[in-house]
Design a protein around this ligand. Sequence first.
Ligand SMILES: [Zn+2]
Ligand SMILES: [Zn+2]
Length: 259
Amino acid sequence: MALPSLEKYKTQRDRPWPWNEDPEEWKILRRKTILQVGMNIAVISPLYMTFVMWMNNWETTVTFEVEDLPSAPKTLLLNFIWIILEDITFALVHRALHTPFLYKHIHKVHHTYSTTIALAGLYSHPIEHVFGNLVPLTIPAFILGKHLHFVTYVFILCRRLIASSIAHSGYNFPSEPSEMFPFKAYSAYHDFHHGNNINSNLGGGTILTDFVMGTNKEYFNYVYKQMERFPDITKPEGSTEGSSNENSPTRDQARLKSD
Ligand SMILES: [Zn+2]
Ligand SMILES: [Zn+2]
């Protein structure tokens, strides 16, 4: 399933993909993933949206007027504010999901993947899909209210889906479109949460909420240790020369070194 030309960008180079680790187990997990993701998209999401619209008396503050179409700078600004609001909401819900009871009964489904694939972003218990994925997409919409045009909303949803897929892709590419937003979490950031420490890096879109909650200290300690182990990480981004070791640091670490 993996593309050989992309393997040099694999985040967890010391761990195999799920289909290589246990092909039989992977067949079962693949089926469960497709069914669960399909149900979250086709059943849970429409039900939730219907519920929200019903709670709001079938009204929306999002505007559809052509003359209200936002400028590109306004669209980017609204996106940035949205990312911050969504990150705060997601991180708080995510933190709750890591309490023992909720983790055992709900969030563990999403953490089935310690080496993630893009589809794993939506592979979650329906309750988590509502509170962890959909509620953080609803609260910013209510706060931004009439400033949101339908086109902006669609743009945000598309960016959100792409960002989630990249964050769970298992790859750490030289550059990502979402990086145009400051403080954006890269894919290696969320990958650390799945592959190294499930109590670290609870934020969704940025690294800011984790800084406030003190939940990314271990990640940056890991980054600094890796920087000491691999002094060659100041090499230009994307360079593979001299970094073929399977434990080579990620692009985040190279970037931190140059900051
Ligand atoms: Zn995840
Ligand atoms: Zn988690």
